[in-house]
Unconditional design. Structure first.
Length: 187
């Protein structure tokens, strides 16, 4: 995770969760069989991200870390082969009104409850994706940023989507995501 520190200028990076997703048509999702997420979402709400800091660090350290800038970043990439089947799309943050477009939503896991964020439809949203991402490629998706003065993107809605030009017989998507807490010293 040193490259995230180098890329962002962060002083501390703490990976806290990973998920492997494999598309399996007709299979019910379980904790062991996670599917691509096919609705527009952000992985965690702001409150859920702050709760993660408290979950993973002692109280005094968490309080100190939360005095500075905090981010949650999802490191996403395909595994085994290019992601042609149900690729990942993400919304241009400059087209998202966080207060009007994004809604906190209960997220019930097999072992705990959490909270993510879902998106309302907004014709102003602009979406992008990278065709045929290779396992050597990766995307950093900002899930949360504690800076709220409008100078930076705070969160990135994203989704897997059925691409209408995916050739018949394309191997099913497999991907991995690693969530990391990213900390900066208080100025």
């Amino acid at each position: 995770m040193e490259f995230i520190k180098e890329l962002t200028g962060a002083t501390k990076v703490f990976p806290f969760e990973h998920t492997v997703r494999r598309r399996r048509p007709g299979v019910v999702e379980t904790p062991e069989k996670r599917q691509p997420v096919t609705y527009i979402h952000v992985d965690r709400s702001a409150a859920s991200c702050i709760a993660r800091v408290h979950k993973h660090f002692p109280s005094n350290e968490a309080s100190e870390l939360l005095r500075g800038r905090v981010q949650v970043i999802n490191l996403w990439r395909p595994i085994l082969r290019p992601a042609l089947d149900w690729p990942l799309a993400y919304c241009d943050c400059r087209t998202v009104d966080i207060d009007k477009d994004l809604i906190p939503s209960a997220l019930v896991h097999y072992d705990h409850d959490g909270q993510n964020v879902v998106s309302r439809y907004n014709p102003e949203h602009r979406w992008v994706y990278r065709s045929a991402m290779d396992p050597e490629d990766l995307v950093l998706i900002k899930i949360f940023d504690s800076v709220s003065d409008g100078s930076v993107a705070r969160m990135t809605p994203h989704t897997a989507f059925k691409h209408p030009k995916t050739p018949e017989g394309t191997p099913l998507r497999e991907s991995i995501e690693v969530e990391v807490l990213v900390f900066y010293k208080e100025d």
